[in-house]
Design a protein around this ligand. Structure first.
Ligand code: FAD
Length: 372
């Protein structure tokens, strides 16, 4: 039976938003999810997902088992000159496009009783201490009331401006670019190839396709005027990337591109909103752990709402569990990113992986969580 009191509104239907709303709806909560886009759609993301999420997805009956997904158990790294090294991954992961995964979870959310509004953006969120309720204004000029709000709106939104979150004032030097390809590449490997100013990930996804996604520099894009020219002038300097760009079949008419990718620390609870996924903190993409963290934090937000007896208890349960699970991972991710995107340090990182694989595995372990 659905509870009619304690309405939960979830802002943003990426992994964190979809997972938290499914968890809550399955346990009888009245949940409304608001997503500004309409499914299915592509997102800039490397689409390598750590196996730490497997048990949870299967337990909650939201694992996309209708698909054959590549299982990924090796990691290949190259410095900016194209010198490679390869190691095995202890936990590993699998590849799936966000186009397919988010659509699957969206259908599951509706199936489990989540009310979903798509194509509508939340413009403002206000909390009234007197009534102890949230008021949300939407892009269609309607206003909604809710008892609890999960902010799962991703790495950056206009809402961060209205909430005056400190990181939103800073400009980020990074851009993200994604393609789907048909190419000649091993399907059990996630690769990370460095180039000046960034790094490029490649791994298999469903239906024999591959994802190529890189974190590049806004300054270089400005300098070369177009994504294509920047790729030729910068990424192609790594001979492995030059070959891949020349020989692969690109399946998108144009790349998916985003900018303003900020890795600064954020708070997991702001203005009584439980922030989940990237809205609470974005781990550097080289860790390949952002999707697992979004799923895990969506789970933690749902669990805090289910177990806390009142607002302050819910907020404290969530903040504590979020900090225990993710704060250190995000910090290590920021430090490790310094080993990428420059000639000298990428050669150092390659040597480190080659000669001290145990140390490299420890770094990977520390930027990932345990199966949950
Ligand atoms: C270049 C790059 C490569 C990456 N590669 C990987 C990888 O290989 N593996 C990995 O695990 N992670 C990777 N990540 C990280 C991963 O993509 C994110 O951590 C993950 O998508 C976060 O999920 P989320 O649910 O928090 O946010 P999102 O998936 O971004 O979802 C947020 C949703 O909120 C919606 N929204 C925003 N504002 C509003 C609003 N006001 N009202 C309504 N809806 C709103 C958006 O439309 C969006 O659908 C990568 C990130 C980048 C930048």
């Amino acid at each position: 039976m659905k509870e009619t009191k304690n309405k939960v509104i979830v802002i943003g239907g990426g992994l964190a938003g979809l997972v938290s709303s499914i968890l809550l709806a399955k346990r009888g909560k009245d949940v409304l999810l608001i997503e500004k886009k309409t499914y299915p759609f592509h997102r800039v993301c490397g689409e390598y997902i750590s196996n730490e999420v497997l048990d949870f997805l299967k337990r909650e009956a939201i694992y996309p088992d209708f698909l054959e997904m590549p299982s990924i158990s090796r990691f290949e790294f190259s410095d900016t000159k194209g010198q490679k090294v390869r190691i095995s991954l202890d936990l590993g992961g699998f590849g799936i496009s966000r186009y397919v995964l988010d659509e699957w979870l969206y259908q599951k959310a509706k199936f489990f009783g989540v009310e979903v509004l798509t194509g509508i953006q939340v413009s403002t969120v206000d909390f009234d201490e007197k009534t102890d309720k949230f008021s949300l204004s939407l892009s269609d000029h309607s206003v909604l009331e809710g008892d609890y709000v999960i902010g799962a709106y991703g790495k950056r939104s206009k809402l961060d401006l209205t909430l005056k979150r400190p990181f939103i004032q800073q400009r980020s030097p990074f851009i993200g670019v994604k393609y789907h390809l048909k190419m000649d590449f091993v399907r059990d490997t996630v690769a990370l190839y460095n180039f000046a100013g960034g790094y490029c990930g490649i791994n298999a996804i469903e239906e024999g396709k591959f994802n190529l996604c890189y974190l590049g520099s806004r300054e270089q894009l400005r300098k070369f005027g177009s994504v294509e020219e920047m790729e030729r002038q910068v990424l192609w300097k790594n001979p492995i990337l030059a070959r891949i760009f020349r020989e692969s079949e690109f399946l998108f008419e144009k790349p998916e591109v985003i900018n303003e990718i900020n890795f600064e620390p954020k708070k997991p609870v702001e203005n009584h909103i439980l922030m989940a996924g990237d809205a609470a903190g974005l781990i550097t993409p080289l860790c390949g752990n952002g999707m697992a963290m979004a799923i895990h934090s969506g789970k933690l937000a749902g669990e805090a709402l289910l177990s806390g007896q009142n607002r302050s208890e819910i907020e404290s349960i969530y903040a504590q569990s979020w900090n225990a699970e993710f704060r250190q991972r995000l910090w290590i991710g920021r430090k490790v990113q310094r080993l990428f995107g420059a000639k000298g340090v990428s050669v150092f990182a390659r040597n480190l992986i080659q000669h001290l694989p145990f140390f490299a595995k420890q770094i990977i372990k520390n930027t990932h969580g345990k199966p949950f």
